[in-house]
Design a protein around this ligand. Structure first.
Ligand code: NAD
Length: 490
């Protein structure tokens, strides 16, 4: 492992990581703490030339070093990276709270500690993976042939991430792509660049990962991301972000026929069947939609309820909202913090206003407040399943309650979406809930509160929620090619 210096990595001046060197740039942009609305640190604004240098370094590291073929070395490097993350966890926690506005409570889960576990998971998975599959012998024209498949690194990866869970999104791409033997250019989100840069700094200072294998960029605009999706030296694009950007990336990557791996938006439904425990479900639904102020791709933002129970359930959810503590995300007492930006605050508010104009009933919330970009937990009742608020991803703490007639109608409404990321079904009977869940076209589903989110569990979407699966064994194989070989048996 390289020499460690004393400077804490995440509180120093943020730098890009290009070809093993931490570099500053002539131009920077401010990163705003969403809880205060104030710029709290500067991030480097990478140019196209710096992105070119990063891609060239990744290409050279892939083509001219044994990174892709030395499995034991990769396992060792991933373990070093895991240890560095654990060692610097508290600094990363404070940075994540300031950069993302993530409530402290979430940093013990998906905002920080769970993603650190992903790095260990992929180190262990690689250590035990044979990277080959025997197909056995076949007989063709009187000769026997032994066939097998070797799993190889897919090449240079361009990784582009969304703002909302930067540790999770970066590590769910970095850990498996490095385990697979790829080299990577990772671009952080303009709203939360500092967390991503800190990961690069840990790699540069505390691991033996060779120069060029990991490069980390930040930029205020989309030019650097666009370059990653069109550059002939990038083999794979892995992207997490909105469906609108995902469509552009898929089109841009087609010119060079890159492999494209997309984790996109969602508009997931929680279905309460008529035998569910409504009071418990009301709590679950309210706290879920307010998690990270609703800025989660898999959040159930539609609550589907039996029509005859609609008013009763709406009253139960409304009674839970005052118990959701909103405020400074640094305080362990607050369940919910701010939205990421004034732009997001205005977008959420516009969607709520238009929902009311379209006939939904505003039961609670619907208020912006500052300083910072806060939005109150919001409950909309009697929502039309075809209306904008039921179809568009809000990415705010807004729950749309939609009445249904019967089980078939509930399934139809749940599937009435361009998205297919996640969902939940609640019933007194696990079997009944599972049967309904099987009819919902989404990549993940929670049955009666079951938690599907873990390093070994594939995560991803159907329909316009994406292509491919992150995490688990499929998350590794997204970054591998299969080479099928055969020899004549003598
Ligand atoms: P976004 O699409 O605005 O931006 C995502 C990233 O793409 C950013 O880094 C941005 O700079 C970059 N980008 C923008 N235009 C680009 C282009 N033309 N070419 C290449 N890169 C470009 O998304 P966001 O607002 O940061 O994040 C919110 C979205 O992310 C939501 O839709 C949410 O559902 C989705 N998301 C999905 C998952 C998942 O696992 N499915 C997880 C988290 C967030």
């Amino acid at each position: 492992m390289r020499a460690q210096d004393e400077t804490p990595p995440v509180t120093g001046v943020s730098r890009l990581l290009i070809d093993g060197r931490l570099v500053g740039t002539s131009s920077t942009f401010g990163s705003v703490n969403p809880a205060t609305g104030e710029v709290f640190a500067e991030a480097p604004d990478a140019t196209a030339a710096e992105a070119e240098a990063a891609i060239a370094a990744a290409r050279r590291a892939f083509d001219t070093t044994d990174w892709a073929t030395d499995k034991d070395f990769r396992v060792r490097c991933l373990r070093q990276f895991h240890d560095a993350l654990v060692e610097h966890k508290e600094e990363l926690r404070e940075l994540t709270i300031a950069d993302v506005g993530a409530p402290r409570v979430l940093t013990y889960g998906a905002q920080l500690e769970e993603p650190i576990g992903l790095v260990r998971y992929y180190a262990d998975l690689l250590a035990g993976h044979p990277l080959t599959e025997e197909l056995g012998e076949s007989e063709v024209r009187g000769q026997k042939h032994r066939r097998w498949v070797e799993l190889e690194a897919a090449g240079v990866v361009g990784a582009i991430i969304a703002y909302n869970y930067p540790n999770q999104l970066a590590l769910a791409k970095l850990a498996p792509s490095l385990a697979a033997g790829c080299t990577v250019v990772l671009k952080g989100a303009p709203d939360t660049p500092l967390v991503t840069l800190a990961l690069g700094e840990l790699i540069a200072r505390y691991t033996d990962i060779p120069p060029g294998v990991v490069n980390v960029l930040s930029s205020s605009g989309s030019e650097v991301g666009e370059l990653l999706t069109t550059h002939p030296d990038v083999d794979v694009v892995t992207f997490t972000g909105s469906t609108a950007t995902g469509r552009k990336i898929m089109a841009a990557a087609s010119g060079t026929v890159k492999r494209v791996f997309l984790e996109l938006g969602g508009k997931s439904a929680m279905v309460l069947l008529d035998d569910a425990d409504f009071a418990t479900c009301a709590q679950f639904a309210a706290f879920t939609v307010c998690s990270h102020a609703g800025q989660g791709c898999g959040i159930t933002s539609r609550l589907l309820v039996p029509r005859e129970k609609h008013d009763e359930i709406v009253a139960m959810v409304a009674a839970v909202f005052p118990h959701i503590t909103v405020g400074d995300p640094a305080s362990p007492d607050n369940y919910m913090g701010p939205l990421i930006s004034a732009k997001q605050q205005a977008k959420v508010d516009g969607l709520v206003r238009r929902a009311v104009d379209a006939g939904a009933k505003l039961v609670a919330g619907g208020e912006s407040s500052g300083p910072g970009f806060f939005y109150s937990p919001t409950l909309l009742a009697n929502v039309d399943p075809d209306s904008e608020i039921a179809q568009e991803e809000v990415f705010g703490p807004v729950l749309a309650v939609i009445p249904y007639e019967d089980e078939d109608d509930a399934v139809r409404i749940a599937n009435n979406s361009i998205y297919g990321l996640s969902g939940a079904v609640q019933s007194a009977s696990d079997e009944r809930a599972i049967a309904v869940a099987r009819r919902i076209r989404t990549g993940t589903l929670s049955i009666n509160g079951g938690n599907y989110f873990a390093p070994d569990s594939p995560f991803g979407g159907y329909k316009q929620s994406g292509i491919g699966r992150e995490m688990g064994v499929p998350g590794l194989e997204e970054f591998m090619e299969r080479k099928t070989m055969a020899v004549v048996v003598k």
